[in-house]
Design a protein around this ligand. Structure first.
Ligand code: MN
Ligand code: MN
Length: 294
């Protein structure tokens, strides 16, 4: 739920996210440093008056989500890649979440058109008071009709204040048991993912991807961790943040990870290592309207 002031902040976050997404194609090219893409996106968010709601995710080929550059990352964009740039903007905790896939001369560039059309059709299937499970069949049918396969275990999600994933998922396929309905005065991200028809069509958790978030909202006893906790909580609350952003905290981050005070997201990779394309918008509902903010 949000009020009038919240609505203005959601719309502003959306406008900034849309503008920042627009620079992704310029930042992504063969041989570009992934670190430069992350910093370019995050820098533009701040320049336009927002804050990053999570680290810029740059997911290449079979990587579906949850990779951001560690400090000093030397990874380069390879030739023939599908590169997903997923970014989040917040204004006082009011979030916009959006993603675009850029083809670097990829032979699978048509997959981008499939997820973009699926996103458009998926959004058209949203009704206030309608079932959340109305979206998945439309997204799945669109992706399949264009000769691709949806990723069944990556979903859209409801968004709340300072919370990127409220716990309510918006599936991209039929057959999910979701009795939930789209509520008025709420925020949802719709995000179809597609892969090749020969692929498994699901992602698996792999190595940690340098994206962390605070788990325990309790000041730790250890002096080193307590200082780090205060800083992390004041800067990010429970929103995801990058290892890059807390390099100043040194070993406290590792200590908090081993003490389960922090969680590090694993990178999500297509189970059969086939390439993935993604498109994403955030929408808000009023009591009568659906507004795509991004
Ligand atoms: Mn996203
Ligand atoms: Mn999302």
């Amino acid at each position: 739920m949000f009020d009038e002031e919240g609505m203005e902040k959601l719309l502003l976050a959306g406008r900034i996210a849309k503008a920042v997404r627009g620079i992704a194609p310029r930042l992504v090219f063969e041989g570009a440093k992934v670190l430069d893409i992350c910093e370019g996106i995050e820098g533009e968010i701040v320049k336009l008056g927002g804050k990053a709601a999570f680290p810029c995710n740059v997911s290449i080929n079979e990587v579906g989500a949850h990779y951001t550059s560690p400090p000093y990352d030397q990874t380069l964009v390879p030739p023939g890649a599908l590169v997903k740039v997923d970014l989040g903007v917040h204004i006082d905790g009011y979030i916009a979440d959006t993603a675009v896939t850029v083809s670097v001369d990829s032979e699978h560039k048509d997959m981008i058109g499939a997820v973009e059309l699926a996103l458009e059709k998926g959004i058209q299937a949203v009704r206030i008071g309608g079932k959340i499970s109305d979206v998945g069949p439309v997204v799945e049918k669109t992706i399949r009709s264009m000769g691709y396969r949806p990723i069944r275990n990556l979903t859209g999600h409801q968004i709340e204040l300072y919370t990127i994933h409220s716990g309510v998922s918006v599936p991209n396929v039929s057959g999910w048991d979701t009795s939930g309905k789209f509520q008025p005065w709420s925020v949802y991200a719709i995000e179809p993912f597609a892969t090749l028809p020969k692929a498994a069509g699901e992602v698996k958790e792999r190595n940690p991807g340098n994206i962390l978030h605070l788990v325990k909202l309790k000041r730790p006893k250890s002096e080193v961790c307590a200082g780090a906790y205060e800083e992390i909580h004041s800067r990010f609350r429970t929103l995801p943040f990058a290892r890059r952003w807390v390099a100043n905290l040194g070993n406290a981050v590792e200590e908090m990870l081993s003490g389960k005070m922090l969680y590090e997201y694993p990178v999500l990779v297509e189970a059969t290592k086939n390439p993935i394309a993604q498109a994403e918008h955030t929408l808000i509902t009023t009591d009568r309207e659906i507004i795509v903010t991004t």
